[in-house]
Design a protein. Structure first.
Length: 402
């Protein structure tokens, strides 16, 4: 249905999008995205930011983080002054990193170390489980997370130092497990590319997760590393509906671009998988089989999924987004989420946080397994090599004896 357009002079621009694509969704009606009654603003009493200011962003609000002694929210003074404020712009602060490799001991993930070239992410995915980390900086996990970013400009140099440590032992480094290394500002900063250059020179294995087709920019490095068994790439696909994706992941590549990236990576010999992440019960779970079919057709050999996670501030942010964009689905989605989390919106228990619990979570898991088996996915796991590792030789450092 075509949006109801009004002149720029009118303060309110209400519209309804009802989406249907029989080819993409096997004759299943897609999600109806509806603007809230006041299309220009999420309610100010809820700490909302006027729609015109946050256009192209995921979060509706910008409440203070959980560690702040005083909570701040915008309040209209009666003169409509909030609508006079300029649109939010992306601000990037360049910060030096003392160390760039982060270790973890989580028992339910497949890696023990990772690199995050950036803090905050301009993709603005409303469900991003990295949002709460912005509270550690005294910033909001809401719109601040999408607009106040930090670039670790010396990441490549820090990585060289850490890899050169005589005590270092190589294992796969995950990149993209927190914020996306190929978010839009990477076009300017090129931190990820420099990190890959260091890893390639040292013959160090790396696993990459991204929602961006910008990964194809580094195909020369990735294909060279793939020939040595040093890299694998996963594209994260939440939905195939471009309108829903734009609302949930406003500055990430479109779903079709991500699938196209899978195809081009595979054509270049790079082991590639697709992560259906997150699966949102009642909103995107109906697409699970279709996403895996598109992934397999594009050449992906492996796939995985993660149930929607809503830790800390993300719960409120997601509920706000859901009620503003899919009000007719909101109650159903939240009910199903609680059914997969023991009556809560989130359960952080190990082994439960990624796949959930209960009958509905079990059904999602079995559907995934059956579709993956039918499509020939996950028949074997890509193992990356560590035996080729050659520590970098820093200036003034004596080369190690072979």
């Amino acid at each position: 249905m075509t949006p109801l357009r009004q002149s720029p002079d009118e303060a309110v621009s209400n519209y309804v999008l009802v989406l249907f694509d029989s080819d993409a969704y096997m004759e299943v009606m897609t999600v109806a995205l509806r603007k809230s009654p006041d299309a220009e603003s999420f309610p100010h009493e809820a700490g909302g930011i006027a729609f015109g200011r946050r256009h192209g962003r995921g979060a509706q609000t910008n409440r203070s983080g959980r560690f702040e002694p005083t909570a701040y929210e915008p309040v209209d003074d009666g003169w409509d002054s909030l609508t006079d404020l300029d649109a939010l712009v992306t601000e990037v602060q360049e910060v030096p990193a003392r160390r760039i490799i982060t270790k973890n001991t989580s028992p339910d993930i497949s890696f023990d170390r990772s690199i995050n070239p950036y803090r905050g992410c301009e993709h603005g995915c409303i469900y991003c489980y990295a949002r709460p980390t912005h509270a550690f900086l005294g910033l909001s996990p809401g719109l601040d997370f999408e607009t106040k970013l930090f670039a670790k400009t010396n990441a490549a140099q820090a990585l060289e130092r850490e890899l050169a440590d005589p005590k270092y032992r190589p294992r796969m480094i995950a990149i993209g497990s927190n914020t996306d290394p190929y978010q839009p500002i990477e076009r300017r900063y090129r931190i990820m590319r420099r990190v890959l250059e260091v890893l390639s020179a040292a013959n160090h294995p790396v696993g990459i997760v991204t929602k961006s087709a910008l990964v194809l920019r580094d195909l020369d490095i990735l294909s060279s590393m793939a020939e040595r068994g040093l890299v694998k790439v996963a594209l994260s696909v939440t939905t195939l509906d471009p309108k829903l994706a734009r609302a949930m992941e406003p500055r990430a590549s479109t779903p079709d671009k991500r699938i196209e990236a899978v195809e081009k990576l595979r054509a270049a010999g790079v082991p590639t998988s697709v992560m259906v992440a997150p699966v949102i019960p009642g909103l995107t779970d109906a697409e699970l089989d279709r996403i895996l079919e598109r992934a397999a057709s594009a050449g992906a050999t492996e796939a995985g999924y993660v149930l929607l996670r809503l830790p800390l501030e993300i719960g409120d942010l997601f509920v706000e987004w859901l009620k503003a964009n899919c009000p007719d689905r909101a109650d159903r989605v939240l009910s199903l989420m609680r059914q997969t989390r023991g009556g809560k919106l989130y359960d952080a228990k190990w082994q439960k946080r990624l796949e959930g619990d209960g009958p509905y979570a079990w059904i999602i898991g079995r559907r995934f397994e059956m579709a993956a088996a039918r499509l020939g996915l996950n028949t074997r796991q890509t193992e990356l090599r560590t035996d080729l590792f050659t520590p970098p030789a820093l200036p003034g450092q004596q080369l190690r004896l072979l």
